[in-house]
Design a protein around this ligand. Structure first.
Ligand SMILES: Nc1ncnc2c1ncn2[C@@H]1O[C@H](COP(=O)(O)OP(=O)(O)OP(=O)(O)O)[C@@H](O)[C@H]1O
Ligand SMILES: [Mg+2]
Length: 249
């Protein structure tokens, strides 16, 4: 089981869209995957047609409810989803009640290791106790960056935070999201960042109306239109991630 979180402390940068498309790609490849929507906004569950999350925070966090019991089948064969609940806005409070509060999510996920090849965590923005849990639970923390100086600055803050907490920075994998190449600021920011940040993905996700329209169609482009430019951009990102992880195929 490999756990990939899609995280940024900034909102609206493409986290959910990326998590959903990559999770659907693993389903296309015939591998069992789980997407856990940790954001009380519930957008990932919405894209996957599953919005009714179950399980009280306290019971979930304490291990009283087994996580496998709250996973639901998505419309995509092989892909299960744990839809979010609005009560997840208080998840931090319940995590804080646990002993070793920063590794609670890691403990919750551990029993799934034989069931799923991939686990995706769609995270809310911000640096909270939940985010600290995600940093410990995930093998890879994918960070979508809109190529502007402020987004890069926020990434650097995450990286400094990792250093301070003694977390392995190499698990942070930034990639450019919602790229508009006709904008000079995007081109310049990408060039400068890629020159100094070796971990940055070469693959980028352009800003495309096909991707934006997923909010209307609820049809992840990577699954339904893998040969479209949008579908190909997710496939390229996924292939690059797998090769970073030492995976082939
Ligand atoms: N590559 C893209 N091209 C065009 N629009 C995009 C792209 N990626 C995401 N969007 C759109 O941008 C908006 C924000 O995307 P998304 O919800 O994935 O971001 P997020 O980081 O998960 O946001 P939040 O922090 O609110 O959870 C959505 O309306 C989405 O459809
Ligand atoms: Mg989101």
């Amino acid at each position: 089981m490999t756990t990939l979180a899609v995280y940024h402390l900034k909102g609206g940068v493409g986290k959910t869209t990326t998590a959903v498309n990559l999770a659907c790609l693993t389903a296309r490849e015939g591998q069992r995957a789980l997407l856990w929507d940790l954001d009380p906004q519930g957008a990932a569950g919405f894209y996957l047609g599953r919005t009714a999350g179950v399980g009280k925070n306290k019971a979930l966090v304490s291990g009283k409810i087994k996580i496998a019991a709250i996973a639901q089948e998505s419309p995509f064969p092989g892909l299960d989803v744990i839809p979010s609940r609005f009560s997840y806005r208080k998840l931090d409070l319940h995590l804080a009640d646990q002993r070793r509060a920063r590794s609670a999510i890691k403990r919750i996920l551990a029993p799934l290791s034989k069931t799923y090849r991939w686990v995706f965590l769609d995270c809310p923005p911000g640096v909270s106790l939940l985010a600290e849990n995600v940093f410990r639970a995930a093998d890879v923390i994918l960070v979508p960056l809109i190529p502007t100086p402020l987004s890069i600055r926020s990434f650097e803050e995450i990286s400094v935070f990792f250093g301070r907490q003694g977390l392995d920075r190499s698990r942070l994998v930034p990639f450019f999201s919602m790229v508009e190449k006709r904008k000079r600021i995007h081109r310049d920011t990408m060039e400068a960042f890629s020159a100094r940040e070796a971990s940055a993905c070469v693959s980028i996700i352009p800003a495309m109306s096909d991707i934006e329209r997923m909010g209307v169609t609820r049809r992840p482009v990577a699954y339904f239109r893998p040969q479209s430019p949008a579908g190909k951009s997710y496939l390229a990102l996924w292939s690059e991630l797998k090769s970073k992880l030492g995976e082939h195929g």
